[in-house]
Design a protein around this ligand. Structure first.
Ligand SMILES: O=C(O)CCC(=O)C(=O)O
Ligand SMILES: [Fe+2]
Length: 204
């Protein structure tokens, strides 16, 4: 079954089962979202990411930056990152996200896609450092892009367009049962900034 949906009702779960994903739509007014977009491009410590593809470590064109309450370590693709301290713009957006979603977050992974040729392959955010079944809030700025979910066993698919200034919340057992990705597209030529607010388990 291939289910395509663009749902704006914040109360509605866009997944049919085995997880909860709420699309809140545009939460940040256009001018405000523009201001954040410019600030994020300018003030985040953007660096190319490392991924493992066909057993090889590859540097991506997509850039990332990672921030948190403390210098948390986060390891994926055999690559350990240390969180940087929050800056002003991220703290402002984090507080806004906490108000809207009613959840709290202690870290943020930021992604910068320069154009539609850059995306992110199927994965779930289930690294050992992340709180199990913790809420992950995803904010989008700049170019609109499609975001897709695929069930790990049943192959159900759900897609949504992430708009400038929008918020998507993944929670419950979503990461356990579903993969997600940002597919590349030939239809976008401008950058997109994505912020995913998460909770890292704070080991003493
Ligand atoms: O860019 C996005 O919308 C999603 C990014 C993502 O899935 C991640 O950082 O884990
Ligand atoms: Fe993800």
């Amino acid at each position: 079954m291939n289910l395509f949906s663009e749902i704006r009702d914040e109360k509605e779960n866009i997944l049919p089962f085995d997880g909860i994903v709420n699309y809140y739509g545009v939460c940040i007014p256009f001018d405000e979202a523009n201001r954040y977009y410019d600030k994020l491009l300018q003030h985040l410590a953007w660096k190319r990411d490392l991924v493992v593809m066909f057993g090889k470590r590859i540097e991506t064109k997509r850039k990332v930056a990672w921030y948190g309450d403390r210098t948390y370590k986060y390891t994926y693709s055999n690559n350990t990152k240390l969180a940087l301290p929050w800056n002003e713009v991220l703290m402002e957006i984090k507080e806004l996200t906490e108000q809207i979603t009613g959840e709290s977050y202690n870290s943020c992974l930021a992604n910068l896609y320069h154009d539609g040729s850059e995306g992110m392959a199927w994965h779930s955010d289930n690294e050992k450092e992340l709180k199990v079944n913790g809420a992950i809030a995803s904010l989008s700025f700049g170019a609109e892009r499609r975001f897709s979910f695929k069930h790990k066993v049943k192959n159900n698919k759900v897609s949504i367009i992430l708009e400038h200034g929008s918020l998507l919340l993944m929670k419950g057992t979503t990461q356990k049962h579903w993969l997600h990705r940002l597919p590349p597209t030939k239809k976008q030529f401008t950058p997109r900034v994505n912020l995913t607010f998460r909770n890292i388990i704070d080991h003493p």
